[in-house]
Design a protein around this ligand. Sequence first.
Ligand code: NAD
Length: 495
Amino acid sequence: MNEKIALFTIFGGTGDLAKRKLYPSLFRLYRKGILANHFAVIGTARRDWSDDHYREIVRETIKELNPTTEEAEEFSSHFYYQSHNVNDSEHYDTLKKLSDSLNTKYELGGNHIYYLAMAPQFFGTIVQHLKSQEILTENGFDRLVIEKPFGSDYDSAYQLNEEIRAVFPEKDIFRIDHYLGKEMIQNISAIRFANNIFESQWNNRYIDNVQITFAESLGVEDRGGYYDHSGALKDMVQNHILQVVALLAMEPPVAFSEAEIRAEKVKALQAIRLYSEKEALENFVRGQYGQGKLDEQQFVSYREEPNVDEQSQTETFVAGKFLIDNFRWSGVPFYIRTGKRLTEKGTRINIVFKQVPVNVFKDDIDKCGEKTDLPPNVLTIYIQPTEGFSMTLNGKEIGQGFTTTPVKLDYRHSAETTGNSPEAYEKLLLDSLNGDGTNFSHWDEVAQSWRIVDIIRHAWDKTSVDFPNYEAGSMGPDAAFDLLNQDGFTWDWQP
Ligand code: NAD
């Protein structure tokens, strides 16, 4: 692959995201020769670090990728540290001098990627300073990569977007949703648009319901302070889950290009029914975990976690039903659920197909003396931790008589394949180097997602729930199961 040429300025260079994700991903690109001689990284944060100390930290973060000593030295020599308070205009002048000198030293042609790996309240001020202090270059490209969350509701997201768009055009803004970098999320399009057996049936004539689960077994860990102000609705549904709904529901794009895919995703999001607040309360349920036990391990309740309010009304679980009012999906519920401290970690999508028009086996008796009920065909897409897909079908049980039995066609990527495949952040960094925004969220998508989520949030803020309402280690509150049961469905959760 061709070498890419750019200067990365990472705001929040001493932070968790930079260390856990960005530096290892940059190293993977370096190892593949995509980054070689013509790249440099400036890490900025408040701490007073030297270049040497910064390089030592960078080497530490790539240790588990087993670089040779020469590789680690050579890679980290491209890293420079600049102590910087993002609110201080003078610091940007120092930053500009360093940027200019690295641009010359590494012959970077003015190509610049600004990565904002910091708390969102700083995004606006950083972007304004990049313009006012004339750090943006006339040559090459200037691209902005921005972490989630993008606003905390529609109004704040709109305000932030105005600030950013005053400096960067939409084509140069890369709003990260790291789920869009995941292999199996990208595979949704391959499954749909490269297999006629699925695409021909991908509509309300053949599909009964769609189920999307983003389950986490962990609690809030050390993010209690942040999470208590956010909650599962804003942390997961507004971004990751609605992006997945859009990929599943969109019309086939005319071409597999950024503009065409985006146009179809936006249309799908716009077709999601905007509930009244009353309807939102009927179609969405929230939960918060109490104490619980799983595999002999005892867990504290959410309200007992560090930096969480003892009376917190923040939800750690959401389940809900989206309805999509267009020709393809009218009448097909898209159920979603996500939560912390659930039974196991797993992100999965179930496409549950309708039954055959007539069950000709209905009078057959199975081994237990019960009449045979045909389970539905289910296409399951496994996003993580295992990656792959399976299809449940009905076959005949071997032996005398005629009893049907479910069989499963199951394909999982091997641990070796997934181990060697690029990590989400590596893919997204390469996309930003290529100027390809397909796997990032466009403003139109972000805006519509906030409109959908704000209604639910407002409805919830006016009412309270008796929290905690599910045990740590369970799959959430009873209401999440009732949501499907009342429509005649059940969550399908197979290993
Ligand atoms: P962090 O708290 O670990 O790091 C924040 C960084 O900002 C530090 O380097 C700190 O020194 C710097 N900083 C704070 N105030 C500053 C100031 N006034 N001037 C200059 N620098 C300042 O946070 P993080 O976990 O790395 O997260 C960064 C962003 O990425 C957040 O928006 C977060 O929501 C998002 N994010 C993080 C993760 C993750 O896994 N950590 C995952 C997804 C999204």
